[in-house]
Design a protein around this ligand. Structure first.
Ligand SMILES: Nc1ncnc2c1ncn2[C@@H]1O[C@H](COP(=O)(O)OP(=O)(O)O)[C@@H](O)[C@H]1O
Ligand SMILES: [Mg+2]
Length: 419
């Protein structure tokens, strides 16, 4: 294994070209720091990034701050331009294990198609940074490449891949993830939660997960192909104590058939004890390429998700900035209620300077009595200015004014718009 580290500050440096010849079933792993970008070109053979095939002779750009791998089943040659922090070829990968998991799921999908029943509902669990999100992406991509259209559910409110942090969501995957940009986010189903970790309000988190599951379970029957393709659910890395309760809650809410436990044997044992015996629990090895991300990298990733939500990643989006009168909106936060009937309740938030940089959910309802926090949301805006004299909020919004509704939900998630 050759491992090269370059710590100097460079952007994509056209002079810095490295060629790699990969044998079958090996992968090129690289890490790009916060100041650099690299480009990758497949010059011969076939290769894929987490299940998405690379187009030969197309240049793909990665970075800043990414860790990825280019895997080849048949062998390939790759040209890398720029200065990655780390780059090496790995011969040991768990890809054969992963493709066997995919093959088993595919068989369940085919049976479901034949019987016109629901395909497998699969949940991935395990500690942080073991490759759960990556494996979700791989399994979704492999399903889509065989013409399936699975539902991707992301329950990770901190490092999720749908909408922005502080939400749970779902989308139907019809095309492989874009190598650079991930899955297309055209019409996701998004539920507001408003915090970066499930433990901040576990009651509400579990309530939202149940609502999302109910919504998907009622909708999935409307489309035969989606129904037989099944569901793949990503979770966060909180697997101890209450985190474990959140996992079992989600397993019951979604009525999962398969749980893939990445790199945590104890969790397999606990799940065997606590979920019905028809649920298949499979211990999955983690890839040696997964890299532990520091707290600051995780925070940066959250920021860039919000940035991406408003401004796009490679394909630019053009958000709108406008003023909203204090008197035209009402902002609520979700808190636990003492009453038994409904465990969460809306409490008014005073409009003032403390709202600066916070994101707010735009709901589909103007009526507190309709419990808008229990339905999907229209989208998010971000407060970029608070003018107390004129009683105006300046907001960044994906849609032009006016806001479709006056009722907004507060989120802990903040974004400093420096664009
Ligand atoms: N085979 C691999 N080679 C290099 N980096 C990888 C590989 N698999 C995953 N990664 C990277 O490792 C990090 C952690 O993986 P991720 O799937 O986000 O873990 P989790 O969802 O369990 O927290 C991510 O930055 C991901 O891109
Ligand atoms: Mg993840």
């Amino acid at each position: 294994m050759s491992r090269k580290s370059n710590k100097r500050n460079y952007n994509v440096d056209e002079q810095d070209v490295q060629k790699f010849v990969l044998k079958p079933e090996s992968e090129l792993r690289f890490e790009v720091d916060s100041k650099n970008r690299i480009t990758i070109e497949l010059t011969s053979g076939t290769a894929e990034v987490f299940g998405t095939e690379l187009v030969r002779h197309r240049k793909y750009t990665f970075g800043p701050t990414v860790m990825k791998a280019i895997f080849t089943w048949q062998g390939c040659t790759i040209t890398l331009t720029g200065r990655p922090e780390v780059v090496y070829v790995a011969k040991e990968t768990p890809m054969v294990f992963y493709i066997n998991v995919h093959a088993a799921l595919e068989q369940m999908r085919q049976e479901a198609e034949f019987k016109d029943s629901k395909g497998p509902t699969v949940m991935l669990v395990g500690p942080i940074d073991v490759g759960k999100s990556t494996l979700c992406r791989l399994l979704l991509n492999y399903a889509v490449r065989l013409g399936k259209t699975p539902v991707f559910v992301d329950l990770d409110v901190g490092q999720g891949q749908i909408s922005i942090p502080g939400t749970v969501g779902a989308l139907i995957v019809e095309r492989p993830a874009d190598v650079e940009e991930g899955f297309s986010q055209q019409t996701p189903l998004v539920y507001h939660y408003g915090h970066k970790g499930p433990g901040d309000n576990l009651t509400f988190y579990n309530t939202v997960v149940t609502r999302l599951a109910d919504s998907i379970n009622s909708k999935i029957h409307l489309n035969k192909k989606v129904k037989s393709s099944g569901i793949i659910i990503n979770t966060c890395g909180w697997v101890k104590n209450q985190g474990y309760q959140a996992i079992t809650h989600a397993a019951f809410a979604f009525e999962v058939d398969v749980i893939l436990v990445v790199d945590e044997e104890k969790l397999c044992f606990e799940l065997h004890r606590d979920v019905p015996s028809f649920v298949q629990i499979i211990a999955v090895p983690k890839s040696g390429g997964t890299v532990e991300r520091s707290k600051s990298v995780r925070a940066k990733t959250r920021d860039s998700r919000v940035q991406e939500y408003f401004y796009g990643l490679r394909t630019p989006l053009f958000p709108h900035v406008f003023d909203v009168k204090f008197s035209d909106i009402k902002i609520y936060r979700v808190e636990n209620s003492q009453k038994k009937k409904l465990s969460v309740k809306l409490f008014p938030v005073e409009i003032g300077p403390s709202l600066l940089h916070h994101v707010l959910a735009v709901t589909f309802s103007n009526n507190v009595e309709e419990h808008p926090m229990l339905s999907n949301v229209a989208g998010y805006i971000c407060v970029t200015g608070v003018n107390m004299e004129e009683e105006l909020l300046t907001v960044l919004s994906p849609q032009p004014q006016p806001l479709p509704n006056s009722l907004l939900l507060f989120s802990d998630v903040q974004f400093i718009d420096s664009t």
